[in-house]
Ligand binder design. Structure first.
Ligand SMILES: [Mg+2]
Length: 377
């Protein structure tokens, strides 16, 4: 079975806020879907956290290496793409795009073998996983109303991030965290994301250490991106002094970028994004290295429903991945399929057993959010 077609579709019209200094508009395309078709009509889908312009340009380089290749050998084919692009977009748009291709190739492989892809990664260590509802911080009144609503929807784990946190003063930071904790109750999980990969992040090591002590008073499960993404030495020091687990790594691509953070003891938890790092194969390599260093892996999932589906499959096979990120308020998570995500009574999502990544993308929804017709044909 051979690969005969690769298409892409940038999602627009319902892009929600990212909390970025230069804020996203509904028409901003930061998530791009990929579909790959075989000569026997099997179609796999993937997703990339970057703009369709960059994916389109990267595919000009990658498509000739893919067309005519075997649909049965995702790892070999992906390695061929890496090996032939040392000089072009490595770690950037090309690596991001390879992530979406990798996901689509695993989806095809699962479909032609009739297996959920988690089974290829060592079996199913769990049948369900707890999604944490990820939402932007806002003034306490708005944020607590959102949290209350999400708790009523059945979520039992939450992460608040970005927005005013770390940008006003110490008292306001504490007010936000205290309001969140009081709203969700002591029996819910709460994590806090400073959003250090926002432009011109000002939180320094001293701020991060002091803030981590405050977070411990509210039983915060982890403190994410407290520093700028490349501040390796400061992350090492922060982890030594913090009373709460330190996490990060969402903007890193390729396992080689994670290595100094792991060998240096910078994180308790790493958060690779499967739609950026190089795909499922690369994610699993990162997870294996992390395991050797006793570092937990929680997928970064501020992306799409396809990303969430893949994170569920990965968590089925990675012991420490006992949570997945659920980006709340996003049509690209909640409205790409006709089958809505369903939380069970304890706030868990079941890990699908259907072949491939276990997600049915609707062609009409792709058209709705990209104006691209025939994405799955
Ligand atoms: Mg984050």
């Amino acid at each position: 079975m051979k690969i005969i077609q690769v298409q892409f579709a940038g999602l627009r019209g319902a892009t929600h806020k990212g909390g970025w200094t230069t804020e996203l508009e509904p028409e901003s395309a930061v998530h791009t879907l990929i579909s790959i078709k075989t000569d026997e009509g099997v179609i796999g889908v993937g997703t990339v956290f970057t703009s369709d312009l960059l994916v389109g340009a990267a595919l000009e380089v990658l498509r000739p290496l893919l067309i005519g290749e075997s649909a049965y050998e995702p790892e070999r084919v992906i390695e061929k793409l890496h090996q032939n692009t040392f000089w072009l977009g490595r770690g950037g748009a090309v690596t991001h795009t390879i992530s979406g291709i990798d996901i689509a190739l695993w989806d095809i492989f699962g479909k032609i073998t009739g297996q959920p892809i988690g089974r290829f990664f060592g079996g199913r260590l769990r049948e369900r996983v707890m999604p944490y509802a990820s939402l932007l911080m806002d003034e306490p009144k708005i944020m607590t109303a959102n949290l209350k609503n999400l708790r009523e929807q059945g979520f039992r784990a939450f992460k608040i991030g970005w927005g005013p946190f770390g940008r006003i003063d110490k008292a306001y930071d504490e007010l936000l965290v205290r309001s969140a904790r009081e709203t969700i109750g002591d029996d819910s999980f709460l994590a806090v994301d400073a959003g250090g990969s926002d432009a011109y992040w000002r939180g320094n090591l001293r701020w991060a250490i002091n803030t981590s002590h405050m977070l411990a008073d509210y039983n915060v499960g982890w403190f994410e991106e407290a520093l700028r993404p490349d501040d390796l030495e400061d992350f090492k020091e922060l982890r030594k002094q913090s009373r709460v687990p330190i996490s990060g790594g969402e903007v890193l691509t390729r396992r080689q970028s994670f290595t100094p953070f792991l060998t240096g003891g910078a994180f308790d938890i790493i958060q690779p994004d499967v739609t950026k790092v190089g795909g499922i194969g690369e994610f699993r390599k990162i997870a294996t290295i992390a395991e050797e260093f006793g570092v937990r892996v929680i997928p970064h999932g501020w992306n799409t429903a396809i990303g969430l589906a893949v994170d569920l499959q990965l968590s089925s096979a990675i012991l420490s991945a006992d949570k997945v990120e659920y980006c709340t308020g996003s049509a690209y998570v909640d409205d790409l399929s006709n089958t809505p995500w369903q939380l069970d009574s304890e706030g868990y999502l079941e890990i699908p057993k259907t072949p491939g990544i276990g997600f049915t993308l609707e062609e009409t929804k792709v058209e709705k959010y990209s104006s691209i017709k025939g994405f799955l044909s």
